[in-house]
Design a protein around this ligand. Structure first.
Ligand code: PMP
Length: 286
């Protein structure tokens, strides 16, 4: 059976799922999105993702044409229609087709698109050996310009940093904020471990408040660890015992160096490994 895409209220064959070239999602990156994982037919933390989608939409004053509960049903139906056991859902809402001017009042019919597919993961050895990181010179968007808490269709800020990373031969790049502090990576949040205490930038550091981040904070606290949401600098990463990333696609992944400087032992640390396992158990239903 061919891939079915949810578009504007119904499932259609992928090749028929088309939006207008006048859609402001295309013309201006005016819209919001989510990336969600499916594990064993279960859409992981779907309510949290839908909540963030509606918050992003609220922040850009985009009215989503269906209710959050109808959105949840639509995602589940799309996953079921495509027989996805383990995969990835891309959920997006565009501003809709309009004129060639910016004015969102002159658009109509925001498009809701749900794509359920399989996912290309990082190579397995990265999970065993950890990942080296490089700092991008492109800083994360200033929160007073485009707040990184909004998961908008305009991802050029991250893409520019990603290009710097891939040009330098890295799969992820660290982004600093406008204050020079650690913000996050191009598609992942950052944690360090120092003296058994976990630290990660707070939501107001100019980051996307990751759903994996929040799940990992909860797992860490449940197992008695202290987690602090504090400002971090590159110095804190260089001198950390451990460092790891979290994200829907990445899950939990160890970072073993930054800008050529080895972090801790240079191998995935014990607390990182413990949280990788706990996250695996959570997603694979143990
Ligand atoms: N930061 C950015 C910039 C992201 O795009 C993402 C999602 N890919 C994350 C962090 C991680 O968020 P989540 O755990 O919700 O996937």
């Amino acid at each position: 059976m061919s891939q079915q895409v949810y578009l504007d209220g119904q499932l259609v064959p992928a090749e028929e799922a088309k939006v207008s070239v006048f859609d402001h999602g295309l013309l201006y990156g005016d819209g919001v999105f989510e990336g969600i994982r499916v594990y064993g037919r279960n859409v992981f933390l779907l309510e949290e993702h839908v909540e963030r989608l509606y918050e992003s939409a609220l922040a850009i004053r985009l009215e989503i044409p269906i209710s959050p509960s109808a959105m949840i049903t639509a995602v589940e139906e799309t996953v079921a229609a495509n027989n996805i056991d383990d995969g990835y859902v891309r959920l997006l809402v565009t501003r809709g087709a309009g004129t060639l001017g910016l004015d969102p009042r002159r658009t109509s019919n925001p498009q809701v698109v749900i794509i359920a597919a399989t996912i290309a993961l990082y190579p397995p050895e990265i999970y065993e050996d950890g990942m080296p990181l490089v700092t991008a010179s492109t800083i994360r968007n200033h929160p007073a310009a485009i707040n990184p808490r909004i998961k908008s269709l305009n991802y050029l800020n991250n893409i520019l940093a990603k290009i710097e990373g891939t040009d330098a031969g890295f799969v992820e790049a660290l982004m600093l904020n406008h204050r020079g502090e650690v913000a996050e990576c191009t598609g992942d949040n950052v944690f360090i471990v120092r003296d058994r205490i976990l630290k990660t930038p707070s939501a107001d550091a100019g980051i996307l408040e990751g759903i994996t981040r929040n799940a990992v904070i909860e797992l860490a606290r449940e197992s008695g660890k202290t987690v602090q949401e504090v400002a971090l600098t590159r110095h804190d990463i260089f001198t950390a015992d451990e460092c790891f990333l979290t994200g829907t696609a990445a899950e939990v992944i160890a970072v073993i160096s930054l800008d050529g400087r080895v972090i801790g032992s240079g191998k995935p640390g014990p607390i990182t490994r413990e949280l990788m396992q706990k996250f695996r158990d959570l997603t694979r239903g143990k």
